[in-house]
Design a protein around this ligand. Structure first.
Ligand SMILES: *Cc1c(COP(=O)(O)O)cnc(C)c1O
Length: 340
């Protein structure tokens, strides 16, 4: 790799850098103190997103982890329980924040191969009212999950089941727009049945930071209180919200390119005899023979390709990965595996 070589970063869609247009929007953003509710750009973003998804209110957070946590804390009280997938971000990748900081007990349930949680499993996990049991308050689902899209029929059935048992429903939609674009559906249909939704602007949508939480006005009021307690009350956050607005206006439809690039990457790697998952959106997994992991890692570094190399390797396409980058990555894998 030479010093001037541009890196091809396939580790995650969080690595995108703001485009010149996004930076210009950020530089021009009107701002105010958002803890006072005075930032016009934050307010515009919250109103726009709530409207698009058909919710009463929206709230801008620095991260998706904090948005999910504030949502769980707004839905559940101390000693309440939430149902969640074993593989879900809120359970597995947020250090158990709901339990640690929210005094909320998780009831983690097995995810099926398609990322869903079987309805029978959900039904069986809802505890009856009994002095021995935590109160089961909430079902939390994730879409996309590991790059897989949950079907609208499944989501409808799962949220109906939850509501019929008096549970609230939360959707971790960090990559929900990837699902929306893949399904060709609209925002309202994608969140039907959910009482709250968390939507990351900093993944495939390409903003440098920020997540939106959407829900009813009283729910968002409660989440705003928790956001302050969790240290998420930002001041002139309009600089960041402007990037989010720009992303919602300019970076949604183009997610299709990321999906096509992921499909091309999967096809290219498969021609090398590798076991590759068929990507539904922008994420694929490749099985790498253990004996070749170290060699592959060195080969990718030398070619200026950043990736988390392991026996089950995740590759992610995004705004900063072009078709040419995908072809270059396939060629580098080919050089490695043809040599074996
Ligand atoms: C990235 C992500 C989050 C939030 O992550 P932050 O890095 O805290 O913004 C939440 N859920 C899922 C599914 C994610 O992929």
């Amino acid at each position: 790799m030479t010093a001037s070589q541009r890196l091809i970063d396939l580790r995650s869609d969080t690595v995108t850098r703001p485009t010149p247009g996004m930076r210009a929007a950020m530089a021009d953003a009107e701002v105010g103190d958002d803890v006072y509710g005075d930032d016009p750009t934050v307010n515009r973003l919250q109103t726009l997103a709530a409207g698009r998804f058909g919710f009463e209110s929206g709230l801008f957070f620095p991260t998706g982890t904090q948005s999910n946590l504030a949502a769980l804390m707004a839905h559940c009280g101390r000693g309440d329980e939430y149902l969640v997938g074993q593989d879900a971000h809120t359970y597995k990748y947020e250090q158990g924040g709901a339990a640690v900081l929210g005094s909320i007990q998780p009831q983690p349930l097995t995810n099926e191969a398609d990322g869903s949680i079987a309805l029978e499993r959900i039904a069986a996990a809802i505890k009856p009212q009994d002095i021995h049991f935590a109160r089961t308050r909430l079902l939390a689902l994730e879409n996309t999950i590991g790059g897989r899209v949950l079907s609208p029929d499944y989501l409808r059935a799962a949220t109906r089941l939850a509501h019929s048992q008096g549970l609230a429903t939360h959707l971790d939609g960090a990559r929900l727009y990837n699902a929306i674009v893949q399904l060709g559906t609209d925002e309202r249909a994608a969140v039907e049945g959910f009482d709250s939704v968390s939507l990351c602007l900093s993944k495939g949508l390409g903003a440098p930071a920020g997540t939106l939480l959407l829900g009813s006005a009283p729910f968002i009021d409660a989440a705003r209180r928790w956001r302050k307690a969790l240290g998420g009350g930002m001041r002139q956050a309009g600089i960041l919200a402007a990037a989010g607005l720009y992303a919602l206006e300019h970076h949604v439809a183009r997610l299709e390119e990321d999906h096509a690039n992921a499909a091309r990457l999967a096809a290219g790697l498969r021609t090398l005899g590798l076991d590759v998952t068929e990507p539904q959106t922008n994420i694929l997994f490749v099985a790498i023979p253990a004996a070749t992991v170290d060699g592959l890692r060195a080969r990718l570094v030398a070619a200026g390709i950043l990736a988390s190399v392991g026996v089950r390797m995740r590759l992610v396409t995004h705004l900063d990965v072009s078709r040419a980058d995908v072809e270059a990555a396939v060629a580098t894998f080919a050089a490695h595996f043809r040599g074996h």
